[in-house]
Design a binder for this molecule. Structure first.
Ligand SMILES: [Zn+2]
Ligand SMILES: [Zn+2]
Length: 153
């Protein structure tokens, strides 16, 4: 028998979500489930509007307010990270089963590039230690122009 990691992640996600919902007396509705599935299947960094546009391909009755509330719920339960890349629009990305990474953000075309750098991570620890600071989390965002947009300017 083969064991599928992705499937395991999905079960883990569902279990966490069920626990969160039960604790708060929230009901899993068909619309909420559709929104969550659409979000997790699409991947990347999605705004509420983007998730809504995808969800509406399946069900046009879903309101943007429901998507907004569901994405907030995902962020509060720890299943998604809410990101603000400085353009006033919150973007969500899946949190579970993803390695820590940071972001390069193109201010022209809004492209978001993910990166991981062990030396940057280690240097942050050095800085924190020097200040007697205990870091719980961090985000590194570098803003500028991507390769394509530099070529155009
Ligand atoms: Zn660009
Ligand atoms: Zn990311």
């Amino acid at each position: 028998m083969t064991h599928d990691h992705e499937h395991e992640g999905e079960e883990h996600r569902q279990a966490l979500l069920d626990k969160y919902m039960t604790e708060r007396g929230l009901k899993t509705t068909r619309q909420r489930t559709l929104i969550m599935e659409t979000f997790f299947q699409s991947g990347g960094h999605q705004s509420v509007e983007e998730v809504w546009a995808r969800v509406r391909k399946t069900d046009t009755r879903v309101s943007v307010a429901t998507v907004y509330r569901t994405m907030k719920l995902l962020a509060e339960s720890g299943l998604a990270h809410a990101r603000d890349f400085g353009d006033g629009q919150t973007r969500y990305e899946a949190a579970l089963g993803r390695h820590h990474h940071d972001h390069l953000i193109c201010t022209n075309c809004k492209k978001i590039i993910e990166f991981e750098n062990d030396r940057i991570e280690a240097l942050q620890d050095v800085v924190a230690r020097r200040h007697g600071f205990k870091v719980n989390s961090h985000k590194m965002e570098l803003y500028g122009l991507c390769r394509d947009c530099q070529r155009l300017s």
